[in-house]
Write a protein that binds this ligand. Structure first.
Ligand SMILES: Cc1cc2nc3c(=O)[nH]c(=O)nc-3n(C[C@H](O)[C@H](O)[C@H](O)COP(=O)(O)O)c2cc1C
Length: 362
């Protein structure tokens, strides 16, 4: 699809229910309606994180392709990596529809999906079909009715070990009651111990150590961030993803839609998630990988996440507003930033605005 057509397609999509529009975009990608782009690889954008070589630092965040239906098509749009899921052991319907809202004036999205997904077995079958050598991570969650939530994450590690480039343990969705409690210090210690033990057991079996990342909420106090940092540093976790959607509704123009329950993402999340990212970078030191996500919608906002301390960046909501041409535009724009700032590597700007972001209040 040519970029010039996007305003027209967007106008059409915005006339229909957001979840139906999302389904159509997945179908479009499945049928090849949106052919991929070919952007020449720019070695200045390549980055090695947790032992994985990413061709560029921009990834698709979890939630767009929950069931691994189109990860290869998304890689072809220019993303350097794609995260599928969240996937839970058993299939789940999620919350009743409607459960996805556009806040057009704010370029935001509110969702309360509640981990609707097909469950481990069908998603694993889809991932087994993949031939691409691109980096596809698996985001794992717990069923709403799980008697033992930690066991659901462990089951995820075991089920997908052979197909996942990396894992993300999502403990930060606001739409599964009580899930975010797993971020509390004692619960987090127990969770990290269990999932990393499962990873080590599988690493012995397969002879390959798959990195595990933890995805946190932006709605945490300074003390909450201290606790997470302490547990992360005491563990063998490979990295942190900052952040999931927020429960905050500060500063929104679309006050009517803002009343909907769920997690807010997109542009209104940018500052909050970037502040939390920088605060975590400060706490964790320079070595632990961090993936910055929340409100990225341009090369400049992607670069700002890196300046605040991110090694890699992800986005989802901006695709709703900017369309399938966005990842290629951002990747090209990152190359232009390298030209402009005479950078040998885009990674060289990391932490250059850490203090600016980390000193702000959440
Ligand atoms: C509709 C929707 C569904 C999402 N589902 C998931 C999910 O299943 N698992 C997860 O870890 N994050 C999920 N997210 C959160 C995103 O991965 C991301 O962290 C968040 O939206 C902030 O990025 P953005 O502002 O670029 O959208 C979802 C976000 C949206 C908008």
């Amino acid at each position: 699809m040519r970029d010039a057509l996007w305003p027209l397609i967007r106008a059409g999509l915005f006339r229909i229910d957001p979840e139906t529009a999302h389904g159509l975009s997945i179908q479009g990608l499945k049928t090849g309606l949106m052919p991929g782009v070919s952007i020449p690889a720019d070695p200045r954008l390549a980055v090695t994180v947790a032992g994985l070589k990413f061709p560029n630092p921009l990834g698709l965040a979890a939630g767009y392709d929950k069931n691994a239906e189109v990860p290869e098509a998304m890689l072809k749009l220019g993303f350097g990596f794609v995260e599928i899921g969240s996937v839970t052991p058993k299939a789940q319907e999620g919350n009743p529809r409607p459960r996805l809202y556009r806040l057009i004036a704010d370029e935001g999205v509110i969702n309360r999906f509640g981990f609707n997904n097909q469950g481990h077995a069908p998603v694993l079958a889809s991932l087994r079909q993949i031939t691409s050598k691109g980096i596809i991570g698996v985001n794992i969650g717990a069923n709403k009715d799980a008697a033992d939530r930690v066991a659901d994450y462990v089951a995820g590690i075991r089920a997908f070990y052979n197909v996942a480039a990396y894992f993300t343990a999502n403990v930060s969705s606001p739409n599964t009651p009580g899930l975010r409690d797993l971020q509390a210090r004692d619960s987090l210690r127990e969770l990290l111990a269990a999932i990393l033990a499962a990873r080590d057991e599988q690493a012995l079996k397969y002879g390959r150590k798959v990195p595990v990342f933890l995805k946190i909420a932006p709605d945490l106090s300074e003390e909450g961030l201290d606790d997470i940092a302490a547990e992360v540093l005491a563990s063998m976790l490979d990295g942190l993803i900052v952040s999931n959607t927020t429960l905050s509704r500060d500063g929104l123009r679309d006050v009517e839609t803002a009343k909907q329950a769920g997690g807010l993402s997109g542009k209104p999340l940018f500052a909050k998630s970037t502040v939390v990212l920088a605060k975590m970078r400060r706490r964790l030191g320079p070595d632990l990988p961090i993936i910055g996500v929340g409100g990225v919608d341009s090369a400049e906002s992607a670069a700002e996440k890196i300046r605040a301390g991110a090694d890699l960046v992800q986005l989802y909501s901006a695709m709703v507003y900017e369309g399938p041409g966005l990842p290629a535009r951002i990747v090209k724009g990152l190359s232009e930033i390298c030209d402009r700032e005479r950078l040998a590597l885009i990674h060289d700007i990391r932490d250059s605005r850490l203090d600016y972001w980390a000193d702000r209040n959440i």
